[in-house]
Design a protein around this ligand. Structure first.
Ligand code: G6P
Ligand code: MG
Length: 218
C-alpha cells in the first residue's frame, strides 16, 4: 500500500468555528463603532488573528495604539474561547470521521495544518486530537497562508514529500498555499470561491471512500 500525506485545515474543514470567530469579532467591532458584516467575515477565513484585526480596523477606517491593539486581540480570543469551551463532538462536520477512519484503516499519515493558535484546544474539545500524527498550527509558523510554510512543516512532520501530500482546505489563501507547496488541493466549499483547487466538494459527504482510495493509489 502506498503512503500519502493527508493534511487537514481545521476551521471550516473539521469544525465550523467561523460562526464563533464572527460573533467575537462582531462584538469587538461594535465596541469600536465599526460595522462588520458576515461577508467581511468570509474574507477572514484562513487569515491569522493579527491580520484579521488589521483588516477590520482598515474596513472601519480606524487607527489605534499598539497597546489597545494588543488588548483587543486578548479580549477577542477570550470571548472566542468561551464559545470553544462549549464545543463537543456534535460539532464535527458531517462525514469527517468517516474520511479520517478510512485513512487510518489504510495506514495513511494524517497531519493538521491550521493558522489557529487554538487548534489543539479545539481538537481536544471535539475529541479528535488522537486522530492526528502531527499537529502544525499558528504557534509553529512565522508566515501565514497563502505562504505554504504551514503545509510544508505538516508534511515534514509525517515524513512525506510535498508532492505526495493532499490538503483539505476551505479558504482561498489555504488552497493557494497548498498549490504553492506542490500538493494536491481539495477545496471544501463552493466552486465559485475555490476554483483554483485541484478538486472541490461542498463538504465531506460528497467525498466517497473510492475517491480517497484513488488518492492513495495515484
Ligand atoms: C483560522 C480561521 C481564521 C482565524 C485563524 C486564527 O485560519 O479560519 O478565521 O482568524 O484561524 O485563529 P486563532 O484561533 O488563532 O485566533
Ligand atoms: Mg479554514
Amino acid at each position: 500500500m502506498k503512503k500519502k500525506g493527508f493534511i487537514f485545515d481545521l476551521d471550516g474543514v473539521i469544525v465550523d468555528t467561523a460562526k464563533y470567530h464572527f460573533l467575537a469579532w462582531q462584538r469587538l467591532a461594535k465596541g469600536l463603532d465599526i460595522d462588520f458584516t458576515e461577508e467581511e467575515n468570509e474574507q477572514l477565513k484562513g487569515v491569522s488573528r493579527v491580520r484579521s484585526l488589521e483588516k477590520i480596523l482598515a474596513w472601519g477606517n480606524k487607527t489605534i495604539s499598539q497597546d489597545l491593539f494588543n488588548e483587543l486581540m486578548g479580549k477577542k480570543n477570550e470571548e472566542y474561547l468561551s464559545f470553544i469551551a462549549e464545543m463537543d463532538t456534535n460539532e464535527i462536520l458531517p462525514d469527517v470521521p468517516r474520511v479520517l477512519n478510512i485513512l487510518k484503516e489504510n495506514n495513511q499519515p494524517i497531519s493538521l495544518g491550521s493558522a489557529s493558535k487554538n487548534a489543539r484546544t479545539i481538537l481536544e474539545r471535539v475529541n479528535l486530537i488522537s486522530s492526528f500524527d502531527a499537529i502544525v498550527d499558528g504557534n509553529d509558523v512565522s508566515k501565514a497562508k497563502p505562504d505554504p510554510e504551514v503545509f510544508l512543516i505538516a508534511a515534514k512532520e509525517i515524513n512525506i514529500k510535498p508532492e505526495d501530500c493532499i490538503v483539505f482546505e476551505d479558504s482561498v489563501a489555504g488552497v493557494t498555499a497548498a498549490n504553492t507547496a506542490n500538493m494536491i488541493s481539495i477545496g471544501i466549499g463552493s466552486k465559485d470561491v475555490l476554483g483554483h483547487a485541484n478538486y472541490v466538494f461542498n463538504d465531506f459527504t460528497e467525498i466517497s471512500d473510492d475517491f480517497i482510495k484513488s488518492l492513495i493509489e495515484n
